[in-house]
Ligand binder design. Structure first.
Ligand code: ZN
Ligand code: ZN
Length: 365
């Protein structure tokens, strides 16, 4: 059991065992059009910051993983959920757009009256193995087979906590559209999604579907589902805009200049959903600390911020509630409007009247 667990851990924090350090080539960068800096010469993708370094060292991390004493890795009592039915979802007023957390970075949205999913993970584990790897703390507030008709599925990148094979296979003949970053379409095709239903976008490319404009935007991260496929597919964040609201979903990202550029080109946003969780000093360029997540929200010109990428899977060394507690205190100090809904609670993307609680403080660890 130990070996698969360690493999999952390596996949989640740094990808390939063979290439533990990747640095962008500035010589290469100078020769390219600035919109294509993230396209490597060998067909893989690279981060756009010229000085980007993913300097994860596997061996010291493995040592930490095996020896470090960790506290409150998962809740002991139940996480509160607001169970959802398709009927309830249909009744949400069509004049507003809604965003509902299902867990981790999985979101259900009602946009221009149609339902959308982002990074749907309904499986028990975020892992290539059914018997090992991070196991969810709570069930989804709605089961896959209870979902209303889905207009589209948006995927941020190919990591197991965002791209779930079983969920995609189930949705393959039910959702009308699948929006993914470049090259992620290869997985969907393998999992029975009709290629005519897949829209693979490069950064800054948009697609209009059913009254919603979706634009893939940069992040600073990496990709890979095995030990030998590092950065073969692109990673992205998204700007999602209807006549009723404009929202931003960060996917996974380290803090980088890209947030400012996205804010300037496509902001401001009624609501930002920003990764706040699974950070660590040993992989600081590919995930953000809560301080950085808050700064990203400010750079993006967001009005309300919803911290995601927490509360469902144990993916780092910090306690399960630390990201929520830290971002809550930071947002209070900077008077930023923070939304921490329980899983299943509908949030109106534009309204000022959303009320959320510090629900994690009531959960026993
Ligand atoms: Zn990731
Ligand atoms: Zn992730």
């Amino acid at each position: 059991m130990k070996i698969p667990l360690i493999v999952v851990f390596i996949l989640l924090i740094g990808g390939s065992l063979l290439t533990v350090t990747s640095t962008n080539s500035s010589v290469l960068a100078q020769e390219k059009d600035s919109s294509a800096l993230h396209h490597g010469d060998d067909g893989t993708f690279i981060n756009s910051a010229p000085d980007f370094k993913n300097d994860v060292s596997i061996l010291p991390l493995l040592k930490r993983y095996i020896t470090e004493k960790r506290v409150d890795t998962m809740p002991v009592s139940e996480i509160p959920l607001a169970p959802l039915t398709a009927e309830q979802l249909q009744q949400l007023p069509e004049e507003q757009d809604f965003v509902i957390r299902l867990g981790h970075s999985s979101m259900l949205m009602k946009l221009a009256g149609k339902f959308w999913l982002i990074d749907p993970v309904f499986s028990d584990r975020a892992s290539p193995f059914s018997f090992a790897g991070p196991k969810r703390f709570h069930q989804s507030p709605i089961a896959l087979d209870s979902l209303p008709e889905i207009e589209g599925v948006i995927i941020s990148h190919d990591h197991y906590d965002h791209l779930d094979e079983a969920s995609i296979k189930y949705l393959s003949d039910k959702a009308k559209h699948f929006v993914v970053p470049l090259a992620v379409d290869k997985y969907l095709k393998k999992w029975q999604v009709n290629k005519n239903h897949i829209h693979a976008l490069d950064w800054w490319q948009s697609i209009d579907i059913a009254g919603v404009r979706i634009t893939a935007t940069p992040t600073q991260h990496f990709s890979g589902r095995g030990l030998f496929d590092k950065n073969e597919t692109l990673w992205a964040s998204y700007v999602i805009e209807s006549a009723r609201s404009k929202i931003y979903f960060s996917g996974d990202s380290g803090y980088f200049d890209g947030f400012k550029e996205i804010g300037e080109r496509l902001g401001p946003f009624d609501l930002t959903m920003i990764e706040t969780g699974a950070y660590d000093k040993d992989w600081s360029t590919i995930h953000m600390t809560p301080e950085e997540s808050l700064q990203a929200h400010i750079d993006l010109k967001g009005r309300q911020m919803m911290p995601v990428h927490n509360g469902t899977f144990d993916l780092a060394f910090h306690s399960w509630y630390e990201p929520l507690e830290r971002i809550h205190k930071l947002a209070q100090a900077s008077e930023i409007s923070l939304l921490t809904p329980i899983m299943g609670q509908a949030i109106s993307a534009r309204s000022e009247k959303n009320e959320t609680t510090t629900w994690w403080r009531q959960v026993k660890s």
